[in-house]
Design a binder for this molecule. Structure first.
Ligand code: NAD
Ligand code: WQD
Length: 339
């Protein structure tokens, strides 16, 4: 198939491009590089030996999005493009709603007009809000605690309404848990602009000497050692889940709308991540215990059962591989793609 990947230059998008190319698909990437670097796609081409068609455009410009479908026969879309920083979304809700929701509406309208009704959407475990029961199954009640999360929830609801209105649509909503790690080549990985918001890239930059120490946000949670527990998932496993979701959609001659968790089902605490990363990098990781971060919860862990039963997908890589591969990327590219 010819697949359009919005946000394909970003962290998860670039890794998914590698898996899609390996599965034999032709790739068209649309990105405005607001949070990524075109070098990532050159490296994907290097890894895969395949050419990617690149369209530099903003999803918020409807005419540019329609033009993509006029110029290319797109069979399916994987929609990663969006802004994702929780803290920034509290400060700039209009930016987040405009970028994430207007961008998605423009994409869906262009797809409909072009008779392309097959989409995989990047949702997030954030739509479960504060977990009421663990592990999180797909039928857990939904809520949002910040504008970023609310934009994901709104898009999920838009997609469900769309399917209700026209059952020709084939829609996969994938709820990611905590993506970490990097491609084992060490050529692509997460390259945050400014200080990382997320744990693993921050730990990696401390291990690499780019930052002095890690702040551990809270040691008084009811968890194994008092620090927050999350379901970290290797980005290459996550990428493979997209290929499986696409296969599942394509196998349906009629429309379909499904929601799947992409997690491992195993949680690790902040201290366990630090200890494992120390071993993987053979570096010290200085840290200090700080008060809890606003909006954080004690524990978030997926039930991976439905993904296994329905998609035939489950994560293959554990915390050792996540830390090892994240460290290889960090060590080889201390300043990310600018290195
Ligand atoms: P990323 O920032 O690395 O990638 C997003 C890409 O989208 C970037 O290349 C960015 O330049 C592009 N983009 C943003 N707005 C755009 C627009 N208006 N037009 C064109 N391109 C645009 O983020 P990521 O970690 O790869 O996340 C991909 C998707 O997965 C996002 O939708 C994110 O919300 C979702 N997600 C991420 C995580 C995570 O922890 N990384 C967890 C759950 C869900
Ligand atoms: C993990 C743990 C922190 C940084 C976020 C988004 C979520 C999803 C994934 C997009 C927590 C602790 C962190 C640090 C720390 N993204 N921590 N020091 O918060 O589970 O999820 O990314 O959809 O929506 O909210 O991930 O990596 O920020 O935090 O102690 O410097 O590490 O308190 O326990 P989180 P995270």
């Amino acid at each position: 198939m010819q697949i359009l990947i919005t946000g394909g230059a970003g962290y998860i998008g670039s890794h998914t491009c590698v898996e899609l190319a390996a599965a034999g698909h032709d790739l068209v990437v649309l990105d405005n590089f607001v949070n990524s670097n075109p070098a990532s796609l050159m490296r994907v081409e290097h890894i895969t030996g395949r050419k990617i068609t690149l369209i530099t455009a903003d999803l918020c410009h409807a005419a540019d999005v329609s033009a993509v479908f006029a110029a290319h026969a797109i069979d399916a879309v994987i929609h990663f493009a969006g802004l994702k920083a929780v803290g920034e979304s509290n400060d700039k809700p209009l930016l987040y709603y405009h970028n994430n929701i207007t961008g998605t509406l423009n994409l869906l309208q262009a797809m409909d007009a072009a008779n392309c009704r097959q989409l995989v959407f990047s949702s997030s475990a954030t739509v479960y809000g504060v977990p009421q029961k663990l592990p999180l199954t797909e039928d857990h009640p939904l809520s949002a605690t910040n504008p970023y999360g609310r934009s994901k929830l709104m898009i999920e609801e838009i997609l469900r309404d769309l399917y209700q209105s026209d059952a020709r649509w084939r829609l996969a909503i994938l709820r990611y848990f905590n993506p970490v790690g990097a491609h084992e080549s060490g050529l692509i990985g997460e390259d945050p602009l400014g200080p990382p918001n997320n744990l693993m890239p921050f730990v990696a930059q401390v291990a690499g000497g780019r930052r002095d120490k890690l702040s551990v946000w809270g040691k008084d949670y009811p968890t194994i050692d008092g620090t927050g527990v999350r379901d970290y998932i290797h980005v290459v496993d996550l990428a493979a889940g997209h290929v499986k979701a696409l296969d599942k959609l394509s196998a349906h001659h009629q429309g379909k709308c499904f929601v799947v968790n992409l997690g491992t089902g195993t949680g690790y605490s902040v201290m366990q991540v630090i200890e494992n990363f120390k071993r993987a990098s053979n570096r010290d990781i200085p840290y200090q215990i700080c008060p809890r971060r606003a909006g954080d919860v004690a524990e978030v862990v997926a039930s991976p059962d439905f993904a296994r039963e329905f998609l035939g997908w489950e994560a293959q890589r554990g915390l050792d591989e996540m830390c090892r591969d994240h460290w290889r990327w960090q060590a080889n590219n201390p300043n990310g793609f600018a290195s």
